[in-house]
Design a protein around this ligand. Structure first.
Ligand SMILES: Cc1cc2nc3c(=O)[nH]c(=O)nc-3n(C[C@H](O)[C@H](O)[C@H](O)COP(=O)(O)OP(=O)(O)OC[C@H]3O[C@@H](n4cnc5c(N)ncnc54)[C@H](O)[C@@H]3O)c2cc1C
Ligand code: SF4
Length: 315
């Protein structure tokens, strides 16, 4: 069906992102094909040893309540619970969340508002109001689960008439607000594959104005593997909500890897996240303050992991 629809076709799952965008004429497909009747895409399967697979059509509310996910990958329900509201989580799917359109104050407006500023480069215009000299769009990747999937090393399965493809989570997102996904329009996301945790500790911290409902304007996803002698064997620190793609902070990971898990290492990693975070003035809050917040939010995330490492449980 999507092949027949051509470039004017789009998939829809819960529609909580696509339909408001269509209302505002930001996305204007001629044909919309639902994936919600594909039963195979509603399953969650797997175990501790082999890892777990989540169908792309699984609702966010199902993820929040899933016992095995809570036990083996608590960071996934933790992040899913921060997404929007219970009503929207009852409609929105994990697949739709991971493929969310990028967001910007100059773009997420109704048609008349955007017309009033002569539109912008992302849709119908040719200038970027956030960075007028910029050749690219800086609209923000605002999925709460995207940075978590990158930190966990998840893989995504796409199928299309041209065949199947597995994409590593860190390879899916482009740092470009218009071409934000390394995905062809005819590809359908069918499943999310989570590798076994093997003792990995992971958490997610989210900055937003209200305690519920709001998109992240900064997210910190952190995952750490500890070795038997108490040093950090491997670390992945990923910032969300500040750029067109989730940003992995290699400098923070270097500050932690091979080191004891202590306050000095945490402070150094947090400093690296602060330096790497360069949000622009296109979401809620002042951009300088959002940058400042990268430091305490990273500390908060790593402290949570430190506590996990001591107790062996919790998030
Ligand atoms: C008021 C409000 C608040 C929100 N707050 C948050 C928030 O805090 N955090 C957050 O992360 N999100 C938030 N969202 C966004 C959205 O609700 C969720 O991300 C939701 O999970 C999107 O899922 P969906 O199934 O509704 O996606 P849809 O709208 O159906 O689809 C989203 C995109 O994915 C594509 N797509 C969907 N499924 C597939 C598939 N299987 N294969 C290929 N393409 C597919 C669609 O074509 C579309 O481009 C909010 C939305 C609203 C309206
Ligand atoms: S970052 Fe610039 S081009 Fe992109 S949506 Fe915002 S104003 Fe438009």
């Amino acid at each position: 069906m999507i092949a027949d629809a051509g470039p004017q076709g789009m998939f829809v799952a819960g529609g909580t992102d696509l339909y408001p965008n269509m209302n505002r004429r930001q996305q204007t497909p001629k044909t919309v094909i639902t994936v919600m009747r594909l039963r195979e895409m509603h399953a969650i399967s797997g175990d501790e040893k082999s890892g777990m697979t989540i169908g792309a059509g699984v609702l966010l509310s199902e993820i929040c309540e899933h016992r095995l996910l809570q036990a083996l990958y608590p960071v996934v329900p933790l992040a899913a619970k921060t997404i929007s509201t219970p009503l929207l989580r009852n409609m929105g799917t994990i697949g739709g969340n991971l493929l969310l359109d990028t967001r910007c104050n100059y773009y997420d407006q109704n048609y008349e508002w955007r017309k009033g500023i002569n539109f912008c480069m992302k849709k119908d215009g040719d200038v970027c109001w956030v960075a007028p000299g910029s050749p690219k769009c800086w609209a923000v990747q605002s999925s709460d689960l995207a940075p978590v999937m990158v930190a966990l090393g998840a893989r995504f399965k796409f199928v299309s008439i041209d065949g199947d493809r597995i994409v590593e989570a860190d390879q899916l997102y482009n740092n470009d607000g218009i071409n934000y996904l390394n995905k062809r329009p005819n590809e359908m996301l069918t499943e999310i594959q989570l590798p076994p945790m093997n003792g990995k500790l992971a958490t997610y911290q989210k900055l937003r104005r209200r305690g519920s409902f709001d998109f992240p304007v900064l997210g910190v996803a952190a995952a750490i593997d500890m070795s038997a002698d108490g040093t950090i064997e491997k670390a992945r620190i990923v910032l969300g909500g500040i750029a067109p793609a989730p940003i992995e902070v290699g400098e923070a990971e270097t500050a932690l890897t091979g080191q004891p898990f202590n306050a000095d290492r945490i402070a150094e990693a947090a400093e690296a996240c602060y330096l790497k975070a360069r949000p622009l003035d296109n979401t809620d809050f002042v951009m300088g303050w959002r940058k400042q917040m990268a430091r305490p939010f990273t500390i908060q995330a790593l402290r949570a992991l430190w506590l996990q490492s001591k107790s062996g449980t919790g998030i």
